[in-house]
Design a protein around this ligand. Structure first.
Ligand SMILES: *Cc1c(COP(=O)(O)O)cnc(C)c1O
Length: 232
């Protein structure tokens, strides 16, 4: 028998509790961790239910899908994070629609985003996506090239460089998963020691947010655990 999907409010409460428990065991303040609800593949009506349940931050991967949803939800207060692949031909729309971009991995798209961000809007809050584990299928700047990219992005007038983001290789052992998150935290520390002021680590998803929080995640990007299986 078909049943209506559960209201996301119930699942949101469960995910917030997971975040709280993970923060407590890491001796961190749960309020220092932002839940970004990843709403790709979910209709605007589901996002609206989540907003009604107090959720503020949402992540989207696909520009066309996001543009339609944002238009439908224009009457709502929300903070929109772009977490999808960033191609040069998408930067104008991303710069116009989103508050955050987590997936900058090259200078060219960063410069375009800065040039295209309206002077009337707040600066775009950005993270650099780092490719850990040298996986061919993943995007991201390699750790060796991170410092040079950070130096450029920090100097762009309409961007505010906030931190680093990763989608690490999938590990079956939680300790190994945690090792990747530690690598991202170490890279953040090295940049800060070199004079940057990064306060964001965007890492951890439905299956591994506990390990990410243990290593200092400030933004966890959670889709399935909030909304259930994706519909599109
Ligand atoms: C889809 C996606 C997520 C959410 O993944 P879940 O496993 O559904 O929580 C997080 N980050 C990025 C970049 C994604 O594309």
């Amino acid at each position: 028998m078909l049943t209506a999907p559960q209201n996301p409010g119930v699942a949101l409460a469960a995910v917030r509790e997971r975040i709280r428990m993970a923060a407590v065991s890491a001796a961190r303040d749960p309020a220092s961790i932002t839940l970004v609800a990843v709403s790709k593949g979910q209709p605007a009506a589901r996002v609206r239910e989540a907003i009604r349940a107090g959720q503020v931050d949402f992540g989207e991967n696909y520009l066309q899908e996001a543009a339609g949803k944002l238009a439908e939800l224009a009457d709502e207060q929300a903070c929109w994070h772009y977490i999808g692949a960033l191609q040069a031909n998408k930067t104008r729309d991303v710069a116009g629609l989103f508050d955050w971009v987590h997936t900058i991995d090259r200078e060219r798209t960063a410069r375009r985003l800065s040039d295209q961000r309206s002077p009337h809007a707040a600066p775009l809050q950005v993270c650099l996506q780092v490719r850990l584990g040298a996986e061919d299928t993943k995007s991201g700047v390699d750790p060796d090239n991170l410092r040079a990219l950070a130096d450029v992005v920090a100097g762009l007038p309409r961007l505010r460089l906030r931190g680093l983001m990763c989608i690490p290789p999938e590990e079956t052992a939680p300790e190994r998963q945690r090792g990747w998150f530690r690598q991202l935290a170490d890279l953040r520390d090295a940049l800060n020691a070199a004079g940057h002021q990064l306060d964001v680590l965007s890492m951890g998803m439905s299956g591994d947010l506990e390990q990410a929080i243990a290593e200092g995640a400030t933004h966890v990007r959670v889709g399935t655990a909030v909304f259930g299986a994706r519909q599109g």
